[in-house]
Design a protein around this ligand. Structure first.
Ligand SMILES: NC(=O)C1=CN([C@@H]2O[C@H](COP(=O)(O)OP(=O)(O)OC[C@H]3O[C@@H](n4cnc5c(N)ncnc54)[C@H](O)[C@@H]3O)[C@@H](O)[C@H]2O)C=CC1
Ligand SMILES: O=C(O)C(=O)Cc1ccc(O)cc1
Length: 371
């Protein structure tokens, strides 16, 4: 497995893609690819099975409409749902719409097999998957910096042409992502663990809220919102993703079911034996510490400063202006606001040790620091 990052220079996009890039499927991911490529000066052509969505992507600045007269693009990106990848990639290659093609589907083994069935020269395709997304679909949700600093997995196999890999690598770099190469099976096992099973768990947790009294759900805070954020994703798309990666996802969920049984046993049998419960919770702490942190670096536990802000216009701008004078890098920010309360809480994450300096500056400027 290899990982790399580099800086894009002006002119790199034209050199990498002399005949431009064709994006087929102008939803969240396709339009984000177009927006990111336009920022580095690439010629981007767009089409979608629903032409109005391609026109919407054009109006957002993601490129121009593809036409039948266009010469073959240097690279096409099939940004369509997993089950459509085989047919779409086959059509692009067989019609000569592009020299090489990649896709962005969240699973890799099944689409590659389908491309083999549809394309006369499947070696001009290399599967890829940007590890970045949102729980909202469609062109309007697209962001030009969606892929910035995120892993972008490439899955070449023995039959893949080197030039297909070169062009897909260039795509990942041009949009600011960090390319990683692995086999389709390794990819599918990894995303079952870090993306697909968490999605199921998030949906299961969130589904508990549908049939309970409103006053129970009203107590929910940012913790449960974090845990369930991805559950807002498109159920149609996620049904396709989970079905296409059923084996790997089932393996993770079976392990999870075993742990859940241990928790239930600990809760329902001996109130004195807390060991199993503690073991599960301790494993959770250990597992979470292995997650990559900001910019794909190792996870760091930040120190958090909680600042009380009045619920009135201009407060956040004033706070950030004062933070700016403290010469402390803020690694992350969260804003917690309870409905009906006249104040909000702004959580500022800083490197451990820097919180005293920032706290002193903010107190000196009249801010209330909680805790
Ligand atoms: N949503 C996410 O967070 C992420 C999604 N992905 C993958 O990206 C792909 C696209 O997902 P989104 O952009 O989120 O979905 P989306 O629903 O926003 O966009 C998909 C687009 O493909 C078009 N489309 C469907 N079939 C087509 C066909 N046969 N020919 C041309 N256009 C067609 C649809 O009209 C739609 O505009 C999926 O394979 C998904 O697994 C990858 C990373 C993140
Ligand atoms: O929202 C997030 O944190 C995600 O991780 C989104 C995501 C969804 C689907 C993918 O195939 C890849 C990334």
């Amino acid at each position: 497995m290899t990982a790399e990052r580099s800086t894009v220079q002006p002119g790199d996009a034209a050199a990498a893609f002399p005949a431009g890039v064709l994006v087929v499927g102008t939803g969240l991911v396709g339009t984000s690819v177009g927006l990111a490529l336009r920022r580095v000066g690439a010629d981007v052509r767009l089409r979608d099975a629903t032409p109005a969505l391609a026109r919407e992507a054009v109006s957002l600045g993601a490129g121009r409409l593809a036409t039948a007269d266009d010469p073959p693009a240097s690279l096409a990106v099939a940004a369509v749902p997993p089950e459509a990848v085989g047919e779409v990639v086959g059509e692009i290659l067989n019609s000569g719409a592009a020299e090489y093609v990649t896709d962005v589907a969240s699973v890799k083994a099944l689409p590659a097999a389908r491309v083999g069935e549809h394309a006369t020269d499947p070696g001009r395709y290399v599967g890829s998957h940007p590890m970045a997304g949102r729980e909202v679909s469609g062109p309007a949700a697209a962001l030009p910096d969606l892929f910035e600093g995120r892993p972008w997995v490439l899955c070449p196999d023995d039959g893949t042409h080197q030039q297909a890999v070169t062009r897909a690598l260039a795509l990942a770099r041009m949009v600011g992502a960090a390319p990683i190469t692995m086999t389709a099976d390794d990819h599918d096992a990894a995303v079952a663990l870090v993306s697909h099973s968490p999605h199921v768990v998030a949906a299961l947790v969130a589904a508990r809220f549908t049939a309970v009294a409103e006053q129970q759900v009203r107590l929910a805070g940012p913790g449960v919102a974090d845990v369930t954020r991805v559950a807002g994703g498109d159920p149609e798309l996620w049904t396709e993703i989970l079905t296409a990666n059923a084996g790997a996802v089932s393996a993770v969920l079976r392990g999870l079911r075993g742990d859940l049984d241990r928790v239930l046993e600990a809760l329902e049998t001996s109130a004195d034996d807390r060991r199993n419960l503690r073991d599960v919770l301790r494993s959770g702490v250990d597992g979470r510490a292995r997650l990559p942190g900001k910019h794909g670096t190792a996870h760091t536990e930040f120190a958090t400063l909680v600042v009380v802000v009045d619920d009135r216009p201009g407060q956040l701008a004033a706070l950030f202006a004062d933070v700016g004078t403290a010469e402390v890098n803020v690694e992350d920010v969260r804003i917690d606001h309870s409905p009906g309360q006249p104040v909000g809480l702004v959580e500022l994450d800083v490197r451990p040790g820097a919180e005293d300096q920032l706290g002193d500056v903010l107190r000196g400027r009249g801010w209330t620091i909680r805790g």
